[in-house]
Design a protein around this ligand. Structure first.
Ligand code: CDP
Length: 343
């Protein structure tokens, strides 16, 4: 150990001894620049930055390591490279390798510092040092995804967006201006002008609004207009839960956890029936079952962002689960997907 630290000390002494004042000043400036650039990147888009770090470091270490070996072998035949030092090719190679490892370590440390600082500043890491998640819950009509998403959001203290409401509101606004639901221009205009405050409208909850929503939801321009809003919502500091049809596939393909909620047609229609009954609304079970089947077919067959599970989604069949059991099962899935982050 003492031999190792003595050797490292020698290496540093040689390195520092051979550097000019400018070179010595450049190193911390470069390091500070690296950290600041990292913090800036992490604040703008923490998740992409984390991915970049993960992929980048493996590549960078490989490059620095192999580059150092190559450079080392070339340089070791030029004894004038390290001025004022009696040296041998073997000593030069080990010096180059040590420097390479040293700079790889420094860049790793600066990345980690930027990661932590950027995460903290962007709010992606909360006060307890835990990482705030994006949770995507997708599934067909009345599968219980809304109830589940709301509960998960409340549990973690995250924001929740029922993205179906956006499409319902677009349909409502088109109809309110006397337009037709398949009028691309009118629907796109309504999607661009969507007002988050109007999503609380109870009129959006009924089966007719759901059916109308699935018609405007087929229009690519409408989906594109709503995409930025949904992504901005997902990336807000503090974590977010979004439920819909295409969250795990299109809106947040980089979500930390993706759950695809399913249930039999009959179970879903029964749930919707009880929901409407509790609000004193008189809609028959048969009507709701037919609405669910029509909408599922339309949502699954549309050309853009159809209803489908992401390749990395976990399936949750809630046919025989009540709301508590579905929540417990979902929490287990979240723990499984995020255990390395200690959520
Ligand atoms: O609550 P429910 O599952 O019945 O419906 P919703 O989530 O409010 O969605 C209403 C309709 O909006 C769906 O049938 C889809 O056509 C459309 N939608 C969509 O295309 N993409 C989403 N992310 C959410 C809803």
């Amino acid at each position: 150990m003492t031999r190792l630290s003595a050797a490292l000390g020698d290496v540093l002494e040689i390195a520092i001894g051979t550097m000019s004042a400018w070179e010595l000043a450049a190193a911390p400036i470069l390091l500070a620049g690296l950290v600041l650039a990292g913090v800036w990147a992490a604040r703008r888009d923490f998740r992409s930055y984390v991915q970049l770090l993960r992929r980048g470091f493996a590549g960078a270490l490989l490059l620095v390591g192999s580059g150092a070996v190559v450079v080392g072998w070339f340089v070791c035949f030029d004894t004038a490279t390290i001025t004022g030092t009696e040296t041998t090719p073997a000593a030069q190679t080990s010096w180059i390798l040590s420097m390479a490892l040293f700079s790889a370590g420094v860049s790793l440390l600066s990345g980690v510092a930027a990661y932590a600082l950027g995460g903290w500043l962007s709010g992606a890491v909360n006060n307890d040092g835990r990482y705030n998640l994006i949770i995507a819950i997708d599934g067909p009509a009345a599968s219980g995804k809304g109830t589940l998403a709301k509960r998960i959001a409340a549990h973690f203290g995250y924001a929740w967006l029922d993205t179906g409401l956006l499409y319902r509101a677009v349909a409502r606004d088109v109809l309110a201006t006397g337009g037709r639901l398949d009028d691309v221009e009118a629907a796109t205009r309504a999607a661009r002008a969507i007002d988050a405050a109007s999503l609380a409208d109870p009129a959006l909850r009924g089966p007719r609004a759901g059916d109308a929503a699935s018609i405007v939801a087929k229009i690519p321009e409408v989906r594109a207009a709503l995409l930025a809003y949904q992504r901005a919502f997902a990336r807000q500091p503090g974590g977010a839960v979004l439920d819909g049809r295409d969250i795990g596939t299109v809106v947040c393909p980089d979500a930390d956890v993706k759950i695809f909620v399913t249930a039999s047609d009959e179970a879903r229609a029964r749930r919707r029936f009880l929901e409407h009954q509790s609000r004193g609304e008189n809609i028959s079970y048969e009507e709701l079952l037919a609405d669910i089947r029509t909408r599922d077919a339309r949502d699954q067959s549309r050309a853009i962002a159809p209803l489908e599970a992401a390749g990395d989604a976990l399936y949750l069949d809630t046919t025989n689960l009540d709301a508590d059991e579905a929540f417990e099962a979902a929490m287990e899935m979240i723990a499984k997907r995020t255990k390395c982050r200690e959520t």
